[in-house]
Design a protein around this ligand. Sequence first.
Ligand code: NDP
Length: 335
Amino acid sequence: MTAVNRQIRLARRPAGEVRAEDWGHGSEAVAVPGDGQFLGRTRYVSLDPAMRGWLDDRPSYLPPVGLGEVMRAGSVVEVVASNHPGFTVGDHVVGAFGVQEYALSDGKGAITVDPALAPLSTYLGALGMPGTTAYFGLLEVGALKEGETVLVSGAAGAVGTMVGQIAKVKGCRVIGIAGGPEKCALLTGELGFDAAIDYRSEDVRKALRAHAPDGVDVYFDNVGGPILDAALTALALHARVVVCGAISQYNNESAVQGPSNYLALLVRRARMEGFVVFDYARRYAEAAAEIAGWIGDGRITVKEQVVEGTVDDFPETFQMLFRGENTGKLVLRLT
Ligand code: NDP
């Protein structure tokens, strides 16, 4: 009997929030690796807010996922067959293998990881893309200096938990913005943030005046929208606003809500700069090694939310990001 590869494909371009009907659930025969290829069996699939942008037919830093194509996703696979000299059966490999049970790869962009050094899921989180995003966004784009005040939104998420903790390692004062009392308690408790603002129940501008009376030196923005606008009212002189993402705008059916308070950049002689983590690809190993050291000596706590299921659970799991139902890095473990 031919083995079957279950897959999630893009069936329709979503308008606004992604719906179940936008996805296609299907299967095909498991492929056989040719020369210079290996076959991987998926163990963990990464769920990322950026995936929402890839569903729209508009130019971005990556081309849109085509209609009918397997959904693009980062994942960890275990090599089950190989005709590639660099990958051996039993190896665990991270790459953009898509939302499917089996993936054929020529090895481009694939990185072998060691499950003895860290849980496989962590290579999609703290030691993977979100961790390196926090690291380079904060230290390079944000040009963080010891003793500064850092504000981060989406603070209880994959990137946000890392931003706040890296800033603490660097001797900074850290304020996090997140949704709900549990997430805020996590930030100021286990994760060591100095203050947390629950944007669902608090007036963010007022809370910022209380927590950062002298202003914020680095604002690391993961959410955009009204929270970005509030943060702009709290900038210190020569502040840096790091535009990492804007999840509050990703499901918009109308135009993106821009920052009406942008003149604060002029008044505070501040700058606002976007970045894409892929631009730092050649330095991923450097960041991962330093982050691994901080995890090893207990200065960084890894937060992950692992959902157990099959590829068919991908659509529902993806929506958790937009409902704020995840804490830390959201991954789907294929059981
Ligand atoms: P998270 O783990 O932070 O998950 C998303 C979180 O966003 C939710 O848990 C929720 O938390 C919050 N959220 C959802 N909707 C809203 C809303 N309307 N307003 C405010 N908060 C909202 O995701 P990631 O850490 O993976 O990604 C964080 C950001 O970083 C995203 O914008 C992403 O696109 C961006 N990113 C950018 C990269 C780059 O290279 N520039 C690379 C990687 C990520 P809560 O309960 O607090 O609302």
